[in-house]
Design a protein around this ligand. Sequence first.
Ligand code: NDP
Length: 331
Amino acid sequence: MNRREVRLRSRPAGWPTAENFELAEVELPELNEGDVLVRNHYLSVDPYMRGRMNDVKSYVPPFVVGKVMEGGAVGEVIGSRSDKVSLGDWVLSMQGWRDAYVAPESQVQVVRREGARMADYLSVLGVTGMTAWVGLNLVDTKAGDRVFISAAAGAVGSIAGQLAKQRGCFVVGSAGSADKVAVLKDELGFDAAFNYHDGDLTAQLAAAAPQGIDVYFDNVGGDHLEAALNAMRARGRVSACGAISRYNDETPRPGPSNLGMVIGKRLTIRGFIVSDHMSEQPAFFSEVGPLLRAKKIVVRETIVSGLERMPEAFLEMLRGGNIGKMLVRLD
Ligand code: NDP
């Protein structure tokens, strides 16, 4: 059986382009004892993949030029020589950027919960939702907190905002278009939202949260972090989740000019990587699963069809072309 995969053709300098990727066809191996054959149905594109395109060692190794990319994927088992994984099971894996694969049973996680769709395992019930949940927990987000979330209409931000609302917080979001701001306010229940292209960030945040903020869930870094530090109340907390405004920089830029406020305001900045928290997954499912079943969380997705459009979906996500989780569907 042949399958198709997307490989890294070359490393980008600055913004990646379609030329940095290539589509290839390969033959699948026979199944050994304990292996499964999986047909992927949904593939994830994520900001951290941009970092892995550079030849830089980080908390995950770089992608290899000429080799298939990796990433989150959910699919259905269509062949099995495993006692633990059966035909028809839905499985999560890191075998993305390809339409099918053969892997040992240890490399897949069987998932299927009442009331959940397959795509949910790459968004609200997957790493995305868990990132939102962990990031809020690490800074002890609780009822009455005034919370600011950047990239709020994206995958992590849209879930973080809704979970904070469920906890009884006042929630402000920033996003890059009027349409996204409308989604935040009208569909996702944010108390206030603004388009960061519309003017000075510090002034817009002060208008949206006149009493200041207690928690900043940072997906963007740079100018957003600077504005959030200005808005922070005493003993405020920053959950440092991502810094997407800097991922395509060719050389590092200086940090916020107002970092000294951390001292006077007694702030805490807490960085995290979600994969360090996988032992908390049962607690995450216990909190978020019932909210999803009760339809207390709105799941937004932007879906692109076809493996060959994987690079396009990835680049569109980096440019802000998504509302909610950007996914590629394989029909
Ligand atoms: P999103 O779905 O939020 O997509 C990225 C969004 O970033 C775009 O839609 C765009 O929205 C916004 N963006 C891009 N450039 C800029 C910019 N210069 N300034 C402001 N916003 C920008 O992606 P995810 O939800 O998957 O990821 C969100 C963040 O969380 C990322 O920083 C990512 O690296 C991080 N992350 C961290 C994890 C961890 O373990 N710490 C795990 C998973 C994600 P807009 O139109 O609003 O600009």
